[in-house]
Design a protein around this ligand. Structure first.
Ligand code: ZN
Ligand code: ZN
Length: 124
């Protein structure tokens, strides 16, 4: 009979047994999710509670201190995918605001003008 290895799932942290020493996830679902999260590069790997982080950085979006425990953890700027997306969105919004700054006065005046004309029409 094959020897069984007792391992921690690298995604959910659950202990599972397997015949394959190279297996790192408890099931296909965890492997699939881990691959997806890893592609996003913002996956926090399970670690021992008293483990020493490999390195520490502050999230550029929320300022949270992030501890990186695994060499597979590719985060170095944001704590999570949400922060990375929010940060990018903020930058896009700022860029957009700068571009449309000069148009705001004109479009505002136009809508106000049409409002006044409508009010005047109702009075007749
Ligand atoms: Zn799992
Ligand atoms: Zn963050």
């Amino acid at each position: 009979m094959a020897e069984l290895f007792s391992k921690h799932c690298e995604f959910c942290g659950k202990i599972f047994t397997t015949e394959y020493a190279s297996k790192i996830f408890c099931d296909k679902d965890c492997a699939r999710k881990a691959r997806f999260e890893r592609d996003e590069s913002f996956y926090e790997f399970p670690h021992e509670p008293n483990a020493e982080p490999l390195f520490t950085f502050e999230c550029s979006n929320c300022g949270k201190t992030v501890n990186v425990y695994s060499k597979y953890d590719q985060r170095n700027r944001f704590c999570c995918g949400k922060c990375a997306k929010n940060f990018k969105r903020k930058q896009d919004a700022m860029r957009y605001a700068k571009k449309s700054d000069s148009n705001i006065g004109m479009s505002g005046g136009m809508s106000l003008g049409s409002l006044i004309r409508r009010e005047a029409g109702n009075l007749k």
